[in-house]
Design a protein around this ligand. Sequence first.
Ligand code: SF4
Length: 563
Amino acid sequence: MRIRIDVDLEKGAILRTDLPENAIWLGGRALAESLLFEEVPPACHPLGPRNLLVFAPGLFAGTSMPTASRMSVAAKSPLTGGIKESNVGGMAGMILAQLGVGAVVIRGISLSRRSNLVLLGKRSAEVMDAPELSGLGNYETVETLKKRFGEDVVTITIGPCGEMKMAAATIAVSDNNGRPCRHAGRGGLGGVMGSKGLKAIVIDPKGSQLRKGADPGAFAEAIKEYTKILQSSKRTAFWRENGTAGLVDVSHARGSLPTRNFTSGAYDKKDKVNAEQLKTLAAQRKGMMGHACMRGCVVRCSNVFNDPQGRYLTSGLEYETIAMMGPNLDIDDLDTIAQMDHRCDDYGIDTIETGATLGILTETDLFRFGDGLKAVQLIDEIGKGTVLGRVLGQGVTTTGKVFGISRIPAVKGQSLAAHEARSIKGLGVTYATSPQGADHTAGFVVEEPLSKEGHADRSRKAQINVVVADSLGLCQFTGLREEHELFARLMGPLTGKAPSPEEVRRMGQETLWKERTFNQVAGIGSGQDRLPEFMRSEALPPNNNVFDVEEEDLDRVFGDYPK
Ligand code: SF4
């Protein structure tokens, strides 16, 4: 039986209860969003006491299934004003699950309003004062926590941006090497954690045990089949060799690489920031490709990036960050991009949102394309909380309002990710209609990328499949989405009750329905299922396409939902 831990920061009280029987197949996103749907008033203020912050390991987390221990972090978002799930790797999902925890629910606001931390162990949980952590970056916070609680703790922390309750603030999770470089990046959930006065959750792994399932023999057999599929996949080999940076060349060739504030889909200097360049620098500086963000991952898409002196600078220098801070700002230097990434990780701010925000600043005198030094300085302003920095830390939509900019690459308040919707129109449909705001992980549709037809059904299906993967704890780089029969064969021996493949699919569908219903009550209706206007009028080189999917088709994605 998995347990739920409720932490009430206002009362300083902690309650441990069993998850109910009807949650037997629910983990990750399905579980977290169900808790929000049932317990959070959709109209509440995201930074107020009635919002909850939920951490839920995926259903397969903590088992010996490789690449399947991701965790969902969820709350009402200060960025979109709607429900939000942000999915994160690192070690927290695995170890929480191995301690028997299905969900951690943070409620209330600390009355002292000082920095607090929560220490979670096998049978204990405690709220503690932590004034010494106030204002520290994520890296120093984690070093301080290790000195206090031991080198082997797993951490969930926020940096100063979260403490300042910024709408683009992230929550950092320590990786396989204990570094706070895996982030629940989207939707400003770090601001929600900061609003509660919670600086850190420290997880003591003592007593954690591998989850072997209700029928260990049958579960081990099903895991063998799953692992064989992963290991023999060409995609696995591609991610391991190139990391997600391999997408720089793919996106450039497809015309979907956001360049110079979403004015082109191809970047003439892409060879300076692509996977080949990353691999060359990794070899020269004793960095690493094929790094695993969590123990046992067989895909290993992550990397370690060292500075020219061979010292650690950042980890997980990912495609989204490279594209949004490189080509999108015309910064053609991986060292500068890595510095920006390190600062964003340390301050705890979303690299995608920040890249889009600096991009629109090129319409002002504050920033010019290609000015890497200035980009680093502006990120420092965000981290230090200057007046300008506090504006930028609210994300691209608010920054646009402050500076009177109307060409904003965002949906429902959240910036587009690093895949141009005019060159991948199926993904554009997902950006427009996902309850999460513009999010490339919400349902990637690559079929017939330049056609305006046929994407409504594809996007709905992709969004349902992604919810299933997010709920099970599967990393999206497994490439497994539609294998509901395989998932059912794994869920049965793990939980002791086998679902049908249709029940697996329905879990995804019902979760999406809850997310959309929550948003409607929060004031986000189908009228906001639209891409920014400029994408319908500005043709994007090199394909010279606009986003021309009919609005009726966008409404059809969820119009007759659920079905
Ligand atoms: S594939 Fe990459 S993101 Fe996914 S679990 Fe492995 S290292 Fe982490």
